[in-house]
Design a protein around this ligand. Structure first.
Ligand SMILES: C[S@@+](CC[C@H](N)C(=O)[O-])C[C@H]1O[C@@H](n2cnc3c(N)ncnc32)[C@H](O)[C@@H]1O
Length: 263
């Protein structure tokens, strides 16, 4: 029946149908892989997932509701070490690298995309790194997930630049997000931004200035300007390697809020 239909079609229609079936086959395979990762993620003891995008209701791998606000170090990591967050962590390269390099610190990577988190969570399990976990949630909920002063540092590697001005408050370094971070960071807590986007870099510098935050380091070309070629600043995430913006330099900004963001 379909062969008869193809014979009747013009050459370009046949090509179109071929491409359609190829795409369906390819995307079908991809989505099966993603579904498998999501199912795996559900079983991972180092992942906490939020299925309610309006409020923080985290579930553990047993499907139990968990509430660790103010007690992440004690209840999850069983220590009193400081906690460092990686926001919009994607595959979690910074969480993986820092957990390995700094065993005396706790790390938490947060992203909404489960199949990406799977890569980081599997790496932590395979390498028995128990000083790091992942949370699948939107970043907007961090003030409900953590308590005041619970977080000592925040890393934001290659956040989506949201190039349209109307979407600027979705940028993870916008005033809106800095206000969320202010609610969970220790007073002298550090924020680190690494980006290939000139737009996001300039936007962040303007926000830092407008809110009287304290700019500590500003590299226009981190690989030229940063003196230490072996520390975590040299970690290259998936999006850094993709270089979607076609940038010829990677920017890095370190700053502190100093509690000066008006609430
Ligand atoms: C451009 S990717 C970068 C991923 C990773 N940091 C890297 O460098 O490869 C941005 C990531 O941020 C996540 N993201 C963006 N906005 C978010 C939000 N509001 N809450 C949680 N994740 C978010 C996306 O799901 C995506 O994985």
């Amino acid at each position: 029946m379909s062969a008869f239909f193809l014979k009747k079609c013009s050459f370009s229609a046949k090509n179109y149908l071929f491409l359609f079936f190829l795409a369906e086959y390819f995307f079908g395979k991809m989505s099966k892989r993603k579904q498998k990762k999501l199912a795996d993620l559900q079983q991972m003891p180092n992942v906490f997932q939020n299925f309610n995008w309006e409020a923080a209701e985290l579930q553990n791998y047993k499907g139990e509701k968990v509430h660790f606000q103010g007690n992440w170090s004690e209840k999850v990591f069983k220590n009193n070490a400081p906690i460092v967050l990686e926001l919009g962590c994607g595959y979690g390269e910074y969480t993986m690298a820092m957990a390995q390099q700094f065993p005396e610190v706790n790390f938490i990577g947060i992203d909404i995309k489960g199949p990406r988190l799977w890569t980081g969570a599997k790496y932590l399990l395979d390498n028995q790194l128990d000083n790091a976990v992942f949370i699948r949630s939107n970043v907007e909920l961090v003030p409900q997930i953590f308590a005041p002063n619970e977080i000592s540092e925040i890393w934001i590697p290659f956040p989506d630049p949201y190039s349209r001005k109307s979407k600027s408050q979705k940028r993870l370094t916008s005033e809106r997000f800095l206000k969320y971070y202010e609610q969970i960071l220790i007073p002298d807590g550090l924020l680190h931004l690494k980006t290939d986007s000139d737009l996001l870099y300039e936007f962040t510098l303007k926000t830092i200035d407008a809110l009287n935050c304290r700019l500590l380091i500003n590299y226009k070309d981190v690989y030229k300007e940063h003196p230490n070629k072996n520390d975590v600043l040299n970690v290259k995430t998936r999006y850094e390697q993709l270089n979607l913006s076609g940038a010829d330099s990677i920017k890095y900004v370190r700053f502190q809020l100093w509690g000066k963001v008006d609430s």
